[in-house]
Each structure stands twice: as C-alpha cells, then as structure tokens.
Design a protein around this ligand. Structure first.
Ligand code: PLP
Length: 453
C-alpha cells in the first residue's frame, strides 16, 4: 500500500508508535522507513528500496540478516521448550551451555554468568550486584560508581545514570544513583596542545585518582567503561589509558566493569576488547552481538571473588533476591549458542580484523583531508568520522548535528544506513561483510557525503 494513503502502515506508525531515540515532531512530518526484510548486509524497505546496513542495525547483527541457522535454532527450541526461568534452582540446557561457552571464551577470572534481556538490565544488575557484594563485605558506604562523560551504558534508572550523555539525562531527572563522570578519553578533543597520548592518559588517570580521593576511597565501588566508546561517538582510548586506569582502581579496591555490549564478539578484531586493551575486568557485560540481536539477551560475567561473596551472603539471608522472568531464556540462549558457533566456525573475528584494517585505511584515505572532517577514527569494523566547522580550530558546527542529519538522510537516498551522533558519523557493519561489500558501502556513503556537504 503506498505510504501516502491514510490507512497505510506508515500512517498507522505515526498514529500509534512512540519511537525510541527520535524527534517525535519531526517523525510526524516525515514518517517512518518501514524495514521489511533483510539478507546478509542488506535490508529492504516496504517500498522495495535496498540499503547496506552500515550500522548492523544498532551495532548488533554480527552474522548479518536472514541467517537461517539462527531461525532454525530458535524454531527447534520453541518446539522443545519455549520458555523457562532460572528462579528457585530451575534451569534449562541452552542457558547452561551458553554460560559455559561464555566462561570459556572470556577473560580467565570470570567464572559465573547471569543472563538478562537487555544491556541496560545487565548494567542495572552490575550496579546491584556490586552493592550487594560490598554490603556482604561489610563495606556499606562503598556504593558510588565512576563512569565517563560520553559513555553509554543504557537508559534504565541505574544504567541511564551511568550513561554520560546529556540527551539521556535531560528531563528524565538522571542521574539518580550515586555516580561521578570523569573526562572522555578522547585525544583529538581533550588533549592539551603538545600533550602525547601517554601523557594524556596519565593526566586522566590522575583525574580519576583525585576524584576517588576527594570522595573517599571507602565510598567508591566501581569504575565502569566501554573499552572503546561506542554510542558516544566511537572513541578508541589513547595509548596506555586502560593500564593506568586499572592501576588506580586496584590501588583503592575499586571494581572494574567492562561494558562490551558493542565491543564484544569480535567487533575490534579480537573476541573481546578486553583482550585488545589488556583489561582484566571484575565484571564483563555483553549483549547485542551475543545473539546478533535475533533475540533479546544480555549477559553479565562475574569474577569468582564476587561470586563467593554473593553466594555466602545469599546463604546467610536466604536468597539472592534478583532476577528477571525472561532471564536465561531458553530460546534466546539457544540462538546465542548457534550465533557463537557461526562466529567461531566462519572466522568472523578474523574477518573483522582483516576487512576492518582495509575499512580503516579507506576511510582515512577518502575523508581525512576533507576540510569538514576533523578526525577519522576506529579499530576493526567500528569507525567514525567527526565533522567540524573549522579544521584548524576543531570548532563544532552551530547548531550541532544539522550536517550529520543531512548526511544521514542523504545516506538513505544512496542506499546506505549509517548513524549520525550529532556531527559524528558512525560505521559498524555486520562482521560477515566482505572487502568488496565494504568498498561498495563506502562508495555509497561517499556519494551521500558529497551530496550533503
Ligand atoms: N551498554 C552499551 C555499551 C551500549 O552500547 C548499549 C546500547 O547501545 C547498552 C549498554 C544498553 O543496551 P540495551 O539497549 O540493550 O539496553
């Protein structure tokens, strides 16, 4: 049905749906793009247009669209056991097998897995388990989290408080939980003139230490960060950053929570970004590519030390009073197991590294010298281009985001879906992308970029 007709799905979308992360009035004017089906790196709208999904949906469809093995895994599990939970000693086989597989592939200190439905719930769970752990140790004042400006950890009450983006706080009365946000580790934006990457990292580690000392180390529970920031603009940290941050945290008995909701499962060309940066987290948070987002699922992995304290406390007070109806869902975890098998059998992590290297090179070759491009950055199959009004002074556009939006819209015309984070254009294609497909993606983007600029 043509999208202009009153009873079309487009009109009914505007009538009935409140969209996530969308300007609602702008949506009333322009209406939706209804995505109807997907195949490999492509999605197709209901009017027959095809797009290269250069964002893998929302940083998430690792194995691409239309992967029959995942549909079959879901169908098999739906027929056998469509639902069960993990309350009161109950369990199911796919949840156990996926937990076992995650412990096998993740950093060594992590020994137990707790499943949730979304990354936000996983981060809320991280907050609650850290509080529970510190209460169990008798450290009742040790509750404050340290996060970073520009970090993204989700939108629920606790996760949204950890997030360091004004858009997610404004008029939602966040943050609510005790959290302190420290400087974004973005060398291009925040390094001082003449400062080296190492010196910038040292300065940020000193800022972290000063923040801890000012509040009192007995009040600071954990540091949470995405190894490579995603939704805040795709920001790889400067050299030495994680090593220095970890040293400060260990000095003051502060847990490290690595939020790999975007980074995890091969995005940087290693299975986890913790491996890439030498991070040894106490808690690891995973979602999105865990099922290629074919099913809602997230996982929280915790160290044995945290587990033992939690287990002792739950024995003492009778139960661990935390859990979700659809946590450890058998269909979601069955899809997760099959998804991991595809990633491993098809060498998708290695593909991300190989095609990613070429993508990083090509992006720099094509855009780094453009007068409106301040920085091209990224690692593996995740990248961003930062647009600036003045290359010499790095001045941002006023208003921020207008050009980004124009490029985003032009991308649709040229058959490529990218993401505009203000005036930062993000790329995060499915891990299955071939070199030829990646070049086609950049060709389409380049046409959109030149049309809009
Ligand atoms: N953490 C990170 C790093 C994310 O990028 C996201 C979502 O983009 C989340 C947490 C929240 O996940 P969800 O949207 O599934 O709640």
């Amino acid at each position: 049905m043509p999208s202009s007709l009153p009873n079309s799905i487009h009109a009914r979308d505007v009538e009935y749906l409140l969209h996530a992360v969308t300007n609602a009035r702008r949506h009333e004017e322009r209406g939706p793009i209804i995505i109807d089906r997907g195949e490999g790196i492509h999605v197709f709208d209901d009017e027959g247009r095809s797009y290269i999904e250069a964002m893998a949906g929302l940083w998430s469809v690792a194995v691409g669209f239309g992967e029959k093995r995942l549909a079959d895994a879901a169908y098999r599990q739906l027929q056998k056991l469509p639902y069960y939970h993990s309350f009161s000693h109950k369990s199911n086989e796919p949840a156990v097998l996926l937990a076992e597989a995650l412990v096998r592939i993740s950093p060594e200190r992590l020994t137990k897995v707790f499943f949730t439905n979304s990354g936000s719930e996983a981060n809320d769970t991280a907050v609650k388990l850290v509080w529970y752990y510190n209460n169990a140790r008798g450290l009742h004042a040790k509750k404050t989290f340290i996060a970073r400006q520009g970090g993204y950890h989700g939108i629920t009450i606790a996760a949204g408080s950890l997030t360091g983006l004004p858009t997610n706080h404004r008029d939602f009365d966040l943050p609510i939980i005790p959290v302190k946000h420290v400087t974004t580790p973005h060398f291009y934006r925040y390094a001082q003139p003449g400062e080296s990457e190492e010196a910038f990292s040292t300065r940020l580690a000193e800022e972290l230490e000063a923040t801890i000392l000012e509040a009192g180390p007995d009040t600071i529970a954990a540091f949470i960060g995405e190894p490579l920031m995603g939704a805040g603009g795709v920001i790889p940290p400067p050299a030495g950053y994680w090593e220095k941050v970890q040293a400060v945290c260990r000095r003051y008995d502060i847990l490290i929570v690595a939020d790999e909701v975007i980074n995890g499962f091969g995005r940087l060309g290693t299975m986890f970004a913790c491996e890439y940066y030498g991070i040894d987290p106490d808690i690891l948070v995973l979602s999105k590519q865990i099922t290629s987002s074919y099913q809602p699922l997230a996982a929280l992995l915790i160290s044995d030390a945290i587990y033992q304290a939690i287990a002792d406390n739950s024995a003492k007070i009778g139960t661990l009073g935390h859990g979700f109806t659809a946590g450890a869902h058998p269909v979601a975890t069955a899809v997760g197991l099959e998804n991991l098998a595809i990633i491993e059998e098809n060498g998708l992590v290695e593909n991300a590294r190989a095609v990613g290297e070429v993508m990083q090179r090509e992006l720099r070759r094509r855009f780094a010298d453009h007068p409106l491009v301040g920085e091209v950055r990224g690692i593996g199959l995740i990248a961003a281009i930062e647009l600036v009004a003045d290359k010499a002074t790095k001045a941002r556009f006023d208003p921020v985001g207008k050009l980004g939006l124009a490029i985003f819209d032009a991308g649709h015309e040229h058959g490529v879906i990218i993401r505009a984070i203000g005036d930062q254009i993000a790329f995060c294609p499915p891990l299955i992308i071939t070199e030829a497909e990646m070049i086609e993606m950049l060709d389409r983007f380049e046409r959109a970029f030149h049309q809009a600029t």
